[in-house]
Design a protein around this ligand. Structure first.
Ligand code: GLU
Length: 302
C-alpha cells in the first residue's frame, strides 16, 4: 500500500511545542513507512486565523527539517470542492438545510427534559430534518444514517478499538456554518481524500472528531484512512497546550526537535538535525513493529 501522511495545522498562531509534536509524529510515521508527507493549512475559519501565521508555521517546520513532499494546500482556496461535496450530499438526501439558532436548539432540548450545561456539546434534536417550515436556512447538516449506521468503530494505532454512537454524541452535525465558513469536519474529509491521505497521525483531541469524519467518508463514498492519535502535551495547570492558552511560539531547530523526540518517548541521538530525525525514524519504526507483534500475539492467545 502506498503511504501518504499529512500535518494539517490551523494558522491561529505560530507552531508551539504541542503542534510540533503532531507534525513530527506524522512525519516520522510517513518516513518510517517510506511514505510521502504533506502539509495542509486549515484556514477555513478566517476570523480565528492570524495573518502571516501560515508562512511562519511553514518556515518553522522547514527549520526543524520537516519539508513537505508536495505543494502546500490552503483550505481557503478549496471552496468549490467543499461545495460540490455538499451538493452531492444534498442530491442524495444525506444533508439538509437547518434554520435553528443555538437558543432554539437549547429550547427544544430543554422541552425534552434535558439538563444543559454551558460549553457542553449539544446533540442536535433533528428539528429541521423534516423541513424548514418556511424559515431561512442558517446552516447545512449531515443526515445521519439510522442508529445502527451511526455507530462507528475504528481501530486507532495508539488508542486501540474505538466506538462512537454519533446520534447520541452529536446528532446530525454541521457541514457549513450559519456564519459562512465550511465546517472543519467537511473540509478535512474532502481534503484528506483529495490528497490521497492513507494515514492520519494527529493529536488526541482530534479523536473526538474521527467518528464524524468516518461517517462523512461513507456518505461521500470516500476511503477511510488509518488513524493514530498521539498523546497531547499539557501545561503546568494540566490544560492541553494550545495557542488559546498561551503556548509559546517555538524556536525551531535542533533543540526543539530533540525535545519533541523525547516527548514522543524516543531517545534522541545524533549531532545534526538530519541525524536526529533519521535515528528517531528508525526507533519509531521499531516501536510500531513491537506494537503490531504484541497486538497479533494477544489476538492469537484469544
Ligand atoms: N487543523 C486541526 C488543528 O490544527 C487539525 C486537524 C487534523 O489533523 O485533522 O488542530
Amino acid at each position: 500500500m502506498s503511504y501518504i501522511g499529512r500535518f494539517a495545522p490551523s494558522p491561529t498562531g505560530p507552531l508551539h511545542a504541542g503542534s510540533l509534536l503532531a507534525a513530527l509524529a506524522s512525519w516520522l510515521d510517513a518516513r518510517a513507512h517510506g511514505g510521502q508527507w504533506l502539509v495542509r493549512i486549515e484556514d477555513v475559519d478566517k476570523p480565528r486565523c492570524k495573518p502571516g501565521a501560515d508562512r511562519e508555521i511553514l518556515r518553522q517546520l522547514a527549520e526543524c527539517g520537516l519539508i513537505p513532499d508536495a505543494p502546500v494546500l490552503w483550505q481557503s482556496q478549496r471552496g468549490p470542492a467543499y461545495q460540490s461535496a455538499l451538493d452531492s450530499l444534498l442530491v442524495n438526501n444525506r444533508a439538509y438545510a437547518c434554520a435553528c439558532s443555538k437558543s432554539e436548539i437549547d429550547q427544544v432540548l430543554r422541552s425534552r427534559g434535558l439538563m444543559l450545561r454551558r460549553g457542553e456539546e449539544r446533540v442536535y434534536p433533528g428539528t429541521c430534518s423534516v423541513g424548514l417550515g418556511g424559515r431561512q436556512p442558517r446552516a447545512w447538516r449531515l443526515r445521519l444514517p439510522e442508529p445502527a449506521g451511526a455507530r462507528v468503530h475504528w481501530e486507532d494505532g495508539r488508542l486501540g478499538a474505538q466506538t462512537e454512537q454519533v446520534d447520541q454524541t452529536v446528532g446530525d452535525f454541521v457541514l457549513k456554518r450559519a456564519d459562512g465558513p465550511w465546517a472543519y469536519q467537511l473540509a478535512v474529509v474532502v481534503d484528506d481524500a483529495a490528497q490521497g491521505v492513507s494515514h492520519v497521525v494527529r493529536g488526541e483531541d482530534m479523536a473526538a472528531s474521527t467518528a464524524r469524519q468516518i461517517l462523512l467518508q461513507r456518505a461521500l463514498e470516500l476511503p477511510t484512512p488509518i488513524y493514530h492519535h498521539i498523546a497531547l502535551l499539557h501545561d503546568a495547570q494540566g490544560r492541553k497546550l494550545s495557542k488559546q492558552n498561551g503556548a509559546e511560539s517555538l524556536m525551531p531547530g535542533y533543540a526543539a526537535v530533540r525535545d519533541a523526540i523525547r516527548t514522543l518517548g524516543l531517545t534522541p541521538a545524533g549531532t545534526t538535525l538530519g541525524e536526529l530525525l533519521e535515528h528517531a525514524k528508525r526507533q519509531w519504526l521499531a516501536r510500531q513493529h513491537q506494537a503490531t507483534s504484541s497486538l497479533s500475539a494477544r489476538r492469537e492467545r484469544r
